[in-house]
Design a protein around this ligand. Structure first.
Ligand code: GTP
Ligand code: ZN
Ligand code: ZN
Length: 301
């Protein structure tokens, strides 16, 4: 699919390896989803071509929201943090994710950026993906829904040419609608193309410049948020979750010798994740355990 990173290209990355990568990504995405739901945050994956107006829509959303919804974002870019800086300036706490070679975000990159995120100041968390109409749709990031920005300047046939993105979309924002009078395009043909590929077509026409459609977009955000806020109570009890840890501890053998050596353990432990780094998880019991010198146990040295 993409010559930059080889994702989906069976000559560069064999099918079995790609399946493995996606399976690993799905596990990480499920974990991210627990973070989002645990904090009662609506996470959205915002995708679209380069320059489709993704950042502009978020800036306009912040202006429109006037504090009624607390917005936050991570913004992916191959080489700069321009978008994150634009979003910060628009009042949206944001982090940049620089993907370098990668033409899409994966769940691990998003998870890495979640560390220390201001969840208490977040109702809706936008993940602005890399500008690309292909690869981002393949990688689950743990979002509750996918939003695709399609600008009126891109051509009416894009949904049919890039069907995967639109098949996976929960909402398409047709952006830059203020430009329609200046263009030789027909909005009805864009709607028609979307309805040919999107299973449950849902389209909103917006303009970041004039504010057109922002009230409908805002209403959609609130509607998506409702079940997540209602479900928060259940999720706030914390979730059991296993991590492998390697650590050493001192122990005394029956013959009186004391020594320590590393052990790998898998702990099942509930935790409130997000504020705590992976290494700082609260353990249900002490990580080091006392050995009863009389108890028989084996060590490999
Ligand atoms: N007329 C008009 N121009 C817009 C609108 N939204 C965005 N633009 C312009 O389109 C260009 C790209 O907008 P961005 O918001 O940077 O697009 P993006 O999708 O975030 O771009 P990347 O993150 O680089 O992929 C900028 O020059 C914007 O000023 C709009 O509603 N109307
Ligand atoms: Zn952007
Ligand atoms: Zn985590």
């Amino acid at each position: 699919m993409c010559t930059t990173c080889g994702c989906g290209d069976t000559e560069l990355v064999p099918v079995e390896l790609h399946d493995k990568i996606l399976a690993g990504n799905d596990r990480q995405a499920a974990h991210n989803r627990e973070h989002f739901l645990g904090h009662g945050v609506l996470a959205l994956n915002l995708m679209g071509s380069p320059g489709a107006g993704k950042t502009a829509v978020l800036e306009a959303t912040s202006r429109f929201a006037e504090g009624r919804l607390k917005l936050s974002a991570v913004s992916a870019d191959l080489a700069t943090d321009n978008d994150a800086r634009r979003l910060e300036k628009a009042g949206i706490p944001s982090k940049a994710i620089t993907t370098f070679q990668a033409c899409h975000l994966d769940a691990a990159m998003v998870h890495h950026a979640l560390d220390g995120f201001p969840w208490d100041r977040s109702d809706v968390f936008f993940i602005e993906n890399v500008g690309n109409l292909v690869c981002p749709a393949i990688y689950d990031l743990g979002q509750a829904a996918n939003v695709v920005a399609l600008s009126v300047t891109e051509g009416e046939d894009k949904p049919i040419k890039y069907p995967v993105m639109f098949q996976k979309a929960d909402l398409v924002l047709v952006t830059k609608c203020d430009l329609v009078p200046h263009l030789d395009i027909d909005l009805a043909r864009i709607d028609d193309a979307i309805s040919r590929v999107m299973p449950n077509p849902k389209v909103l026409r917006v303009s970041a410049r004039t504010g057109e459609g922002l009230a409908e977009w805002f209403a959609w955000l609130e509607e998506q948020r409702r079940p997540i806020v209602q479900g928060k109570g259940a999720h706030m009890h914390g979730h059991a979750h296993s991590h492998e840890h390697t650590h050493s501890h001192e122990h005394t053998h029956a013959d009186g010798t004391v020594h320590s050596h590393p052990h790998a353990h898998v702990h099942e432990h509930p935790h409130e994740h997000g504020e705590a780094k992976a290494e700082e998880h609260q353990h249900e019991r002490e990580a080091g355990h006392a050995h009863d010198p009389a108890e028989k146990h084996e060590h490999r040295h």
